[in-house]
Design a protein around this ligand. Structure first.
Ligand code: ADP
Ligand code: MG
Length: 739
């Protein structure tokens, strides 16, 4: 080693080269010196340094490794400098641990070797051969070729590489190498172009199941693999195992270090999957523990009265609650009664009847002498809730108020709220303003929870003591995501429609057949039907050439004025919006031109058609939400989606939209097509992206199991080591949740 150092790291101190020497004499350190031959001067210097450290450590790598090293910035990893560290960061790899747990996308089976004499054109195999020739030539100014001739006594195979002249220096005549690639045949000669190659029997790139990485610019798949494997040997023994043994046994999981090792050296697909499952389970368990540790410990109160008010209310309803509504109601009431703090997500498609259930919860709390706040994301929605709730509560001893930024006599209202004269406040963000104080807030209900940040949720919760929390979501999210994002919540699901299954026909129409759609709309209007025209923008934008709401409104006002045409969009004042909605509700207006302000919650039961312009511009769940505005009484309805779907994504989206009516199916499709980033808000996505091993499409079972285990652990008290690990791994996102 010293000789090598003194000779300036030329890899000539030992005749066979450093790597070969170590391979022969000190197999345990192969990974320490791997890359020595290929490395530049500085890399070789680093390798020798590592080798020295390795030898000083008594030759056992794990003994020299301190788990704290895992948290070191990735620039400390062997083979990574500042520049590469920056590239790795783009892949989300910041620490050495991130690097070692960076999940391969898939496995590629490169284990099958074939003899040259038995090769067939088109097959993808590995071949081991002697290098009998290395030629380098230039085909044109820009193109150079390295052609290596391999022989294994059964025949000759030509391996070619374009524009990688350095390969000619790496492969030497007389050596034996392995190549892997697709066999071609040119003029009767067997050839493989740009194959993966490595010195024979190295067994890293060829001759095994090779993990393949989702690489990006500047960080190739092979580079990552070499890097990870090299560092795995250095740090791989340092993974502390915090998950209790009995949980590992119960769910057939590996130890963390075993799992990580198996990701890179899987003996088969199953062992790879078992390793991934182990890491996914750990992530979910720790995350749930981290989330639960904050909320579970919170004290709670019972917030339910004797139920008289609820009974009266239900008895006076003009309809019977559906079994799904009753189920959700029972769960919520039990939570309210319990001294544990309620954190429950009420999920149900648009029109499934969540509002009634939320109102029943409110009445139970009011009965017990508490105030209740219902917070909605938009002015229109708050107004509409207030209107509906007002009607439903008529004659009951409940004082209802609505508080939005548009409310008049706000100061008086706030006074009444803080005096406790108001029992139920429905409002928007205005509710979380600092000068809003409650007398005895006991239950907070948040509608369309995902439209609020967690911060806002916390702000409203703080206005009471130990409040129970009910959040509602009409945006169906796949179960996997619900379990993760709402890990600390219990989930109630309303999975049936009170007014019968929706019967909506969805027709996707190309832009050039727009006139036919509008002719159809006119016929529907003549038949006395009501509907919406939805546009993505308010005002004309030349650049995007979108039909803006105002323009379409002007056109339609001219052509179908006799049916009453209205306009609603986000730039109108709250009053103007209300007027527009009232006119549509009452039937003065039969055709409402709208932007996506109508997306959430609008409830006009007799609207039976909708035209969505530029449907390609909407996300799948948004399209679904929009369509949820029609056919709300279970009558037949028609949705026209006018679109020029250029991208494949848009085509898939529209196909899924016309095919599925079920919100959960739609959400799953959306997840498949676009991934979680677009399906959810960016914040939620940021949150989900901390999960590295979890497969959000498929891991429902793992999520459920991890959640169950987490709850059991939380119930008994979390061992400090486990909590510390949750904090270490997910502290950042958990802090964000806590804000
Ligand atoms: P969501 O809030 O889930 O979108 P809503 O609570 O607004 O749904 O209910 C949709 C419509 O169905 C409302 O007009 C509501 O009055 C009505 N509704 C709710 N529950 C029932 C039921 N069990 N039977 C009949 N109609 C119902
Ligand atoms: Mg309670």
């Amino acid at each position: 080693m010293r000789l090598e150092q003194s000779r300036g790291y030329n890899d000539d101190a030992i005749t066979c080269g450093m790597e070969e020497f170590i391979r022969l004499n000190l197999p345990a350190a192969v990974s320490v010196v791997s890359g020595y031959k290929a490395g530049d001067h500085f890399e070789r210097q680093r390798v020798i340094g590592r080798l020295a450290a390795f030898l000083e450590g008594g030759g056992t790598q794990s003994a020299t490794v301190d788990p704290a090293n895992l948290a070191l910035p990735v620039s400390h990893a062997s083979g990574v400098g500042q520049k590469r560290a920056k590239l790795l960061e783009k892949l989300g790899i910041r620490t050495i641990e991130d690097l070692l747990t960076y999940l391969p996308r898939r496995l590629e089976d490169r284990s099958r070797f074939a003899q040259i004499g038995g090769l067939h054109r088109g097959e993808t195999v590995a071949v081991r051969g002697n290098v009998v020739g290395v030629d380098q030539s230039r085909v044109s100014k820009r193109t150079s070729i390295v052609r290596v001739t391999l022989s294994d006594k059964t025949g000759f195979l030509y391996a070619t590489w374009f524009n990688q002249p350095w390969i000619a220096n790496q492969i030497k005549r007389g050596e034996t190498i392995d190549v892997h690639g697709k066999i071609e045949q040119h003029y009767g000669k067997l050839q493989v172009s740009s194959p993966v190659w490595e010195p024979a029997e190295e067994g890293m790139e060829i001759g095994r199941l090779v993990p393949i990485y989702p690489a990006t610019e500047g960080v190739s798949d092979r580079f990552l693999r070499t890097l990870i494997i090299r560092n795995l040997e250095l740090y791989g023994g340092a993974f502390p195992d915090v998950i209790p043994q009995r949980i590992r046994k119960r769910h057939d999981l590996l130890k963390r270090s075993e799992a990580i090792h198996a990701l890179y050296f899987p003996s088969n697909e199953e062992s790879f999957e078992r390793a991934r499952r182990t890491l996914a389970f750990e992530e979910l368990l720790l995350l749930q523990i981290g989330m639960g540790a904050q909320t579970h410990s919170l004290p709670g109160k019972s917030h339910a009265g004797d139920g008289a008010l609820v009974d009266t209310f239900i008895a006076r309803l003009p309809f019977r609650l559906t079994p799904a509504q009753q189920g959700a109601m029972r769960e919520i009431l039990a939570d309210l009664r319990s001294k544990r703090r309620m954190m429950r997500l009420l999920q149900g498609d648009v029109g499934s009847g969540k509002t009634i259930v939320a109102l029943i919860a409110a009445l139970a709390a009011i009965d017990a002498g508490y105030q209740v706040a219902i917070m909605a994301p938009t002015e229109i929605l708050a107004q509409q809730h207030a209107l509906k709730v007002g009607e439903l509560l008529a004659g009951l001893p409940v004082n209802l108020a609505i508080l939005t930024s548009a409310s008049k006599k706000k100061d008086e209202l706030k006074q009444e709220i803080s005096d406790g004269e108001i029992d139920l406040v429905i409002g928007t963000h205005a509710l979380i303003e600092q000068d809003v104080a409650f007398h005895s807030l006991g239950l907070v209900t948040i509608d369309e929870q995902h439209r609020f940040g967690v911060v806002q949720r916390a702000l409203i919760e703080e206005k009471g003591e130990d409040v129970d929390l009910l959040v509602m979501s009409a945006t169906p999210i796949p179960r996997t995501i619900a379990l993760t994002l709402y890990g600390e919540f219990d989930i109630s699901l309303i999975d049936e429609m009170p007014l019968g299954k929706k019967e909506i026909t969805t027709i996707c129409v190309a832009e050039n057949r727009r006139d036919e759609v509008y002719a159809g709309v006119e016929r529907l209007l003549e038949g006395g039907e009501k509907g919406y025209i939805v546009l993505p923008l308010v005002e004309e934008s030349e650049k995007l050439d979108l039909k803006a709401a105002t323009q379409v409104y002007a056109e339609l006002s001219a052509s179908v004025a006799r049916f009453g045409v209205g306009l609603i969009h986000g730039k109108l004042s709250a009053e103007e919006k209300q007027e527009a909605m009232d006119a549509f509700q009452s039937g003065k207006v039969h055709l409402l031109v709208a932007t996506t302000v109508i997306e959430v919650g609008i409830d006009v039961l007799d609207a039976t058609f909708m035209v969505i312009e530029h449907a390609e511009r909407f996300g799948l769940s948004q399209l679904h939400q929009l369509r949820g505005r029609i056919g709300r009484a279970g009558q037949h309805a028609t949705c026209y989606a006018i679109a020029t779907a250029k991208s494949e994504d848009a085509q898939q989206r529209l196909a899924a939209f016309s095919e599925h009516l079920d919100g959960f199916l739609i959400a799953e499709q959306d997840l498949l097509i676009r991934g979680p980033g677009d399906l959810l808000g960016t914040k939620q996505h940021g949150f989900l992206s901390v999960l590295r091993a979890v497969n959000l499409m498929r891991d429902v079972d793992i999520m459920r199991q991890a959640q169950q285990e987490a709850r059991e652990i939380l119930g008994k008290g979390v061992p400090p080591a486990l909590l510390a690990e949750a904090e270490r791994r997910f502290g950042d996102v958990l802090k964000w949740l806590q804000v």
